[in-house]
Design a protein around this ligand. Structure first.
Ligand SMILES: [Zn+2]
Ligand SMILES: [Zn+2]
Length: 140
């Protein structure tokens, strides 16, 4: 929690207990949660937490560049802590959203075919390895 407090302060955010808990959840649960999922996960241990607080904190973190907002093949926004560049793979069977590492060296200078890259949003959809394994097992 100490590190999170420092991190928030460095981004010019006053580190309230609730904000720190929300950021902690995002950093330790790389499941690309929606605001609703974060609220559901935290409101039992923080009874004073309101949905508005969650929404406001997510908005603030996003504005400060600490979070990435995703809307991958779905209308509801999901959030993730801003880390190494990666792309997303959504399983159309179980609905899980996976992080996939790809080689971003081609974007090293941030320029592709003369265009300067500031963000990337590459989304893949298919059947995840767990579902494929399950399918194999079911057919055996
Ligand atoms: Zn799946
Ligand atoms: Zn991700």
């Amino acid at each position: 929690m100490k590190n999170i407090q420092k991190m928030l302060e460095e981004h010019g955010i006053s580190p309230s207990f609730q904000r720190m808990k929300i950021m902690e959840y995002l950093m330790h649960n790389a499941v690309h949660p929606t605001a609703e999922m974060i609220y559901q996960a935290l409101h039992e241990q923080i009874p004073t937490l309101s949905k508005t607080t969650v929404y406001n904190a997510l908005k603030l973190f996003s504005e400060k560049g600490m979070l990435v907002q995703l809307s991958v093949f779905e209308p509801e926004v999901r959030y993730e802590y801003n880390k190494e560049p990666h792309i997303h793979f959504k399983c159309s069977r179980c609905g899980k959203l996976y992080d996939v590492a790809v080689d971003f060296n081609c974007l090293k200078d941030g320029v592709i075919e003369g265009h300067k890259v500031l963000e990337h949003h590459v989304n893949l959809k298919g059947i995840c390895r767990e579902c494929l394994e399950k399918e194999k097992a079911d057919n055996a």
